[in-house]
Design a protein around this ligand. Structure first.
Ligand code: ZN
Length: 147
């Protein structure tokens, strides 16, 4: 279990240090803003769709290591997937960090966030990028806030 925790921690540190897809998508079809005032995390997610597939996705913003790493891993996980698959991951991730259930095998590296469940204030940081993606895919025109 210690090895797994260390591995998870390394994944989060790595993605915080070198975030993947950290840029705006110039010809984005969908975008949304997310805000977690409790921690000071702000994120902007932009998506380019091809039919019902996420052809490209990027994020910008600033915040704590958990929110940045979560955004990096989230964008990596959903890029190239269908909207339905991305929404499925959103629900599986949300379940994992809130109640500890959910199909972890389908989550791959996203399972690195399973430990945040023990830190309720951090759950919002981990969830913020996913809620923002969800809003972008839904075409929401109001910013997302965790409060
Ligand atoms: Zn945070």
């Amino acid at each position: 279990m210690t090895d797994l925790r260390e591995l998870y921690q390394q994944i989060i540190l790595d993605h915080n240090r070198a975030p993947r897809n950290f840029h705006d998508i110039p010809d984005a079809d969908r975008q949304a803003e997310g805000d977690n005032p409790l921690c000071g995390d702000r994120i902007h997610v932009s998506v380019r769709l091809e039919d019902d597939r996420i052809a490209d996705i990027g994020f910008t913003g600033s915040g704590c290591a958990i929110s940045q790493a979560s955004a990096s891993l989230m964008t990596s996980a959903v890029k190239g997937r269908s909207i339905a698959e991305a929404e499925g991951l959103f629900h599986a991730f949300h379940e994992m960090v809130t109640c500890g259930s959910g199909d972890r095998t389908s989550l791959g590296k996203l399972a690195a966030f399973s430990g945040v469940r023990e830190f309720p204030a951090r759950v919002k940081c981990a969830n913020l990028p996913w809620h923002t993606l969800h809003a972008a895919l839904r075409g929401a025109d109001r910013p997302v806030s965790t409060e």
